[in-house]
Design a protein around this ligand. Structure first.
Ligand SMILES: [Zn+2]
Length: 296
């Protein structure tokens, strides 16, 4: 098993070595060729046979289309709750447009269901449904070796934005249940969606629980954090954006609009967006240039 730890914009890719190499998550589309080159280097004469996704965020499945075009035999399995939507590629029901992100269309061949077990290169993996970060995601757990592929449900220092909590406060409960599930698995190794693999699982869970408690008490700041992540991600993908293009993008992103609508201070969208940019600039996550917005 190899973890290809990637920088931001792309998730990690996990490769299960053996007679039928398996690729789990494929990063952002802008890094797809780099991923393919890494896989060719790693696998030599072999070709990946299966592609699995933990969830359909553009930084986890953005490389799917490129790998499928390159390795036509690749059998792709995705979480069952998004299987039909993906097959029809219904943009209204996929998470890309609402978050202002892009993911090239790819094929899905089979669905992964919570409660199911799959055997990959002789190792049994349990599939666990999880929610909080993404209502449709799954985790993979190898019970014999106690290895957990935690995607964005648990990182060494935290977890991904709780998209479910932007829709309903129940999203915080969903993340709590996900952390309870992870705790109960008693993993020896966690291979997260971002950052290095780690073994000090209990301290990470404890830290995640305290972060969750903070967000639950301050849902408004969690929502602002989500807006910051969406904006930072977009600017990072483009590196720099003229002001007009940035505004045009922001006005199309329904999730940003919904976060703004929940802000009770009555700020107009443009003023609210400017406030978000000011915060990101003060944290040195972005910079304003005479032409627009740039990554820092
Ligand atoms: Zn994610």
């Amino acid at each position: 098993m190899v973890v290809l730890e990637r920088g931001w914009l792309s998730s990690n890719t996990i490769v299960l070595l053996g007679p039928d190499p398996v690729v789990i998550d494929t990063g952002h589309h802008s890094h797809a060729e780099q991923l393919r080159a890494l896989l060719e280097h790693l696998l030599g004469e072999q070709h990946p046979q299966q592609l699995l996704n933990t969830h359909l965020h553009s930084d986890h499945c953005g490389g799917n289309a490129h790998l499928q075009a390159y390795w036509a035999q690749l059998h792709t399995q995705i979480p069952h709750r998004v299987f039909e939507t993906t097959k029809k590629w219904n943009p209204d029901r996929l998470p890309f447009e609402s978050t202002g992100q892009y993911c090239p269309r790819f094929e899905a061949h089979a669905a992964l269901r919570g409660g199911q077990e799959i055997v990959l290169n002789g190792r049994t993996w349990e599939i666990h449904a999880c929610a909080g970060h993404d209502a449709d995601g799954v985790l993979f757990f190898a019970p014999r070796e106690r290895i957990l592929l935690s995607a964005d449900a648990l990182w060494e220092n935290g977890f991904g934005v709780l998209f479910d909590a932007l829709e309903s406060e129940l999203g915080f409960d969903a993340q709590e249940q996900t952390l309870d599930l992870i705790d109960s698995l008693n993993a020896r190794w966690v291979l997260p969606g971002h950052g290095r693999a780690f073994q000090a699982v209990k301290p990470s869970i404890a830290q995640a629980r305290s972060r969750l408690a903070h967000w639950r008490d301050h849902p408004q700041s969690h929502a602002e954090h989500a807006a910051h992540v969406l904006i930072k991600f977009h600017v990072m993908a483009l590196q720099s954006i003229p002001w007009g293009d940035f505004m045009h993008w922001a006005e199309q992103v329904s999730l940003l609009q919904r976060i703004h609508d929940k802000d009770t201070r009555g700020l107009r969208f443009v003023a609210w967006l400017q406030e978000r940019l000011d915060v990101l600039c003060s944290k040195k996550a972005l910079q304003m240039t005479p032409a627009g917005v740039a990554d820092a």
